[in-house]
Ligand binder design. Structure first.
Ligand code: NAD
Length: 499
């Protein structure tokens, strides 16, 4: 059986792992590899390599660090087909979607190509007599990233590119369910000119996560995953004195106003609710038509659109989406479908028991549609993370704004309308971190910033853009006085002022 080893100091872990975890091909249900599960001793080796390499990397001028980013971007583009095939083979998303996953990560690398400009500090000449004040952003030292299965390229790149461009060493603990793409990225970083020890990969489960959270030499931890674990990671990391950002789960709503272009909405919803088998934190698993007439018209158009969806293996170029990631996850999604039906919602299209001819052991779930879902239901309150769309009917705009605003999650939300005033009101008032106006998956571009509210994110700083730069650096402010030689006559015992 192929072993996926760690990536330490520019090479593999090199010791037989005490524990391993299976990596499946979700299309066939077959175990295709095993990933080593590391422990605190393994992490110590990665930290030692990072400590050895980071000071010289931090002292490398930002323009040279940017050149590594440029080289890496070109290399990933050259290897796009290979990386996308590898990603799809472990995750199950279709190849075109895997390319999107990689491309969205690369866009953060592109942002980091401009790091010399971004790192320019503030400067005040003449803040007082002979006094200048300036600030600089310095790296934290060693940062770690703990990432989920659903974006095995994009999310590690969100974190690592910014962390490294700003002069940190970065240790990645990717999901144990699809660990191969991060390993290829590690090799490509090296080929791009990154020194050994600046990007390393340690695999593992809770044991490794705890070792990272407790390690005194790791200054910052960026986490993306489910909310309960995000909350745990945030609390434990902060208690250990680290800077922590921990992004959690989501239940994004799409509000459909009576004046919306319903054909466009249905097209957008099909992709946003069912693309990547619904395994996206910015998926739209809840649609809120405003008014009974809108609900009826939307439902009538959704049913045939769902019937036309093609579920297939991830290499099927015609497929809209592929299998979910594991048999366990398939069982969980099907469990939520049963629960939602038991709670009294109308099961309009049932995706349970879906099988694909020739791939009967694959982890496929058919597209599922519920109508008359209500806010009291557990299946509404919780994240399902599968190809399941729930219709929650709202009588008016106020009720529609209140639904996502009161939900425990606040990652993304979208409104579909032709009414600029309604859209503007909605964007201003809704209690959610990322808003789309006629944009179903409003993932901000790399030079803006990504982050949800409420139980979708713990900590104050978002991913990438200037928020990412802030997260991975600390500000030092220097007040410098170059006296002209004449006595200043000040009273050294009084707090100095510039007055
Ligand atoms: P997960 O929480 O199971 O795993 C995330 C990471 O935590 C993995 O690296 C995993 O190894 C580790 N982990 C698992 N169990 C742990 C434990 N008990 N203690 C410590 N660490 C543990 O998440 P997942 O299933 O891989 O990913 C899907 C989740 O991620 C969904 O909830 C989705 O909404 C969320 N997500 C959020 C965002 C966002 O930006 N808000 C983005 C992508 C995914």
């Amino acid at each position: 059986m192929r072993l996926i080893d760690h990536f330490i100091a520019g090479g593999t872990g090199g010791v037989a792992p005490a524990r391993k975890s299976p990596v499946y091909d979700p299309n066939s249900g077959v175990v295709q590899a095993e990933v080593a599960l590391g422990d605190a001793a393994l992490l110590d080796r990665a930290v030692a390599a990072a400590q050895a390499a980071q000071p010289a990397w931090a002292a490398t001028n930002p323009q040279r660090r940017a050149r590594v980013m440029f080289n890496f971007k070109a290399l990933v583009e050259t290897h796009m087909d290979e990386l996308a095939a590898l990603l799809s083979s472990e995750h199950g998303k279709v190849i075109a979607d895997s390319k999107g996953d990689i491309q969205r990560g690369l866009e953060v690398v592109e942002f980091c190509c401009g790091i010399p400009h971004v790192l320019k500090g503030e400067y005040t000449q003449g803040a007082g007599p002979g006094i200048d004040v300036y600030s600089m952003r310095q790296p934290l030292g060693i940062g770690a990233g703990i990432t989920p299965f659903n974006f095995p390229a994009m999310i590690p790149l969100w974190m690592s590119a910014v962390a490294m461009a700003t002069g940190n060493a970065f240790i990645l603990k990717p999901s144990e369910r699809d660990p191969s793409v991060p390993m290829r990225l590690a090799e490509l970083w090296l080929e791009a000119g990154l020194p050994d020890g600046i990007f390393q990969v340690v695999h593992g489960d809770k044991e490794m996560v705890d070792a990272i959270l407790d390690h005194p030499a790791i200054g910052a931890v960026s986490f993306v995953g489910s909310s309960d674990i995000a909350h745990y990671v945030y609390n434990r990391g902060v208690a250990a004195g680290k800077r922590v950002q921990a992004m959690g789960g989501a239940k994004n709503h799409g509000i459909v106003m009576p004046d919306a272009d319903l054909d466009q909405v249905v097209n957008d919803l099909a992709g946003a609710a069912f693309g990547s088998a619904g395994e996206r934190c910015m998926a739209l698993p809840v649609v809120v038509p405003v008014g009974e007439d809108t609900a009826e018209r939307l439902r009538a158009k959704l049913i045939p659109a769902i019937a036309a969806l093609r579920v297939g293996v991830s290499t099927d170029a015609e497929a809209h989406y592929g299998p979910v990631v594991t048999a366990e996850h398939k069982a969980k999604v099907e469990g939520w479908i049963a629960k939602c039906a038991a709670e009294g919602a109308e099961l309009v299209v049932d995706g349970r028991g879906f099988t694909l001819q020739g791939h009967e052991s694959g982890f496929f779930v058919g597209p599922t549609l519920f109508d008359h879902v209500t806010p009291e239901m557990d299946s509404y309150h919780n994240e399902i993370f599968g190809p399941v769309l729930q219709i929650v009917r709202a009588k008016d705009f106020e009720e529609a704004v209140a639904l996502p605003s009161k939900h425990q999650y606040g990652n993304g939300v979208a409104i579909f309308t032709r009414n600029g005033h309604a859209a503007r009101e909605f964007a201003a008032r809704v209690n959610v971190g990322m808003v789309g106006i006629n944009v179903p998956i409003p993932v901000p571009v790399a030079y803006h910033t990504f982050g949800g509210w409420k139980r979708s994110a713990f900590g104050d700083t978002n991913q990438h853009g200037m928020e990412g730069i802030k997260f991975w650096t600390k500000v030092k402010t220097v007040t410098a006085r170059w006296p002209d030689g004449s006595p200043d006559g000040g009273n050294a015992f009084v707090i100095p002022t510039m007055g």
